[in-house]
Design a binder for this molecule. Sequence first.
Ligand SMILES: Cc1cc2nc3c(=O)[nH]c(=O)nc-3n(C[C@H](O)[C@H](O)[C@H](O)COP(=O)(O)OP(=O)(O)OC[C@H]3O[C@@H](n4cnc5c(N)ncnc54)[C@H](O)[C@@H]3O)c2cc1C
Ligand code: SF4
Length: 461
Amino acid sequence: MQEFLTIERAEIKKRSAAERTKDFKEIYELLSKDDIQEQASRCIQCGDPFCHNKCPLHNFIPFWLKAIGARADIRTAFALSNESNPFPEITGRVCPQDRLCEGDCSLNDGHGAITIGAIETAISENGFRNGLKPLFATKKTDKSVAVVGSGPASISAATYLLRAGVRVVMYEKQNRAGGLLTYGIPGFKIEKEIVARRVNWLIEAGLELKTGVEVGRHISFSDLVNSHNAIFLGIGAELPNRANISNENANGTIMAVDFLRNIQKKQFKEELDADIDVSNKNVVVVGGGDTAMDCLRSSIREHAKSVTCLYRRDKFNMPGSKKEFKNALDEGVNFVYNAAPHDIIVNSEGNVIGLNMQKTIMGDKNALGRQSVEIVKGSDFKIDADIVIFALGFTPNIPTFLAENGIDVNSRGVIATDNAYRTSKAGVYAGGDCMRGAALVVTAAADGKMAAAQILKDLSL
Ligand SMILES: Cc1cc2nc3c(=O)[nH]c(=O)nc-3n(C[C@H](O)[C@H](O)[C@H](O)COP(=O)(O)OP(=O)(O)OC[C@H]3O[C@@H](n4cnc5c(N)ncnc54)[C@H](O)[C@@H]3O)c2cc1C
Ligand code: SF4
């Protein structure tokens, strides 16, 4: 119980910056079987585990740490981990653990938190290597549910519905399933085979996946209503926030997810929507969150001449994960803090050549504790750029079929639900970014899981 006094928290090994920027493969190594056991044995099994409370899925963290740490029992650890989490090998890779489970680990106060995320990934990966697989129902019910979208919220809802023997038909407008796990988050954070493997298990368990089908375009929402007992909406938040500055649509500007999706499509050898070539160009990314870090690090891998992050607040107010910021820094990104873009400078052909900028200082805190930003008068300066990528957050793109079917949107522009994931139309549920606004993979997973539980309850299953 006091192993934490003699065993230090292991920082997960990663490939060197010089090596990893040559490709889009994951940068972190998997913990070995021995390392997982040693690191898990540091857990003190505190009576009221804050890590469990802070995890949006309320994973049974101390239980699977004990199974591994005390008994090297991969089978039990795998079963526990895969019960409360629809895809532990994915959240272990992409969760910002410093803000979630590890941030609230009792040992985080001086001894170094348990490496929960890396252990979570390694338990599943070791289990898979030993032939373990997630379990699904063998007995089927006569109920069917349509799931719109195939991101983490939808994969999670489908998982828990399939486990209860429900028929699930999933509609996805893109060519492949996974939502932002496939076409947003770059391969250096999660390789695409990992996402496809999970989806394939759902297909093996009976999921009917219809890709390249947009609900509201290729199939009407009322067709879904007529052919299923319930519908889950997991359509994400796809609309990028705009900078609202002049020339923001000039040649050489692009929105973050369009940029990242095209890079991924190029790797899949799929038809591109709007390719933008950053090789040998000066790239500027406006924004300081995780999406901005992904664009910056992707630009380096796409051989940009220089890569600069412009952030209007200071370094301490950057909203993203600390580990992703550090990775970006190590890979050669330049950071300019307290810098707000005023307008984009274009040449006579309408191509981007730079940005007019203004310096900022941090002002008073608002009710949520976030400091305001104030422009410093007369502080104008210029930055050269050939490409400007905007990474300023997202809001849901509300399709017209919602209003046509009596599904309300609230004042925040997201699908309105009660606290049981029910929309204003009976039998229709929603979760993930389309319901809470742009958030995280794990919050989408938690929504999908709880919405599925409510659907099962309402269908008396
Ligand atoms: C670049 C980037 C990096 C990120 N990195 C991280 C990270 O490291 N860690 C983390 O936890 N979170 C990260 N996030 C956030 C995370 O990806 C999202 O919060 C999460 O994917 C939301 O899941 P979702 O299922 O609600 O929606 P999405 O993943 O957006 O999936 C929605 C799906 O619905 C489909 N769809 C939409 N409308 C229709 C329709 N009418 N018919 C059929 N299909 C439709 C879309 O094509 C899409 O596939 C990142 C986000 C971005 C943009
Ligand atoms: S799902 Fe995320 S928050 Fe929960 S235990 Fe895993 S890494 Fe931590």
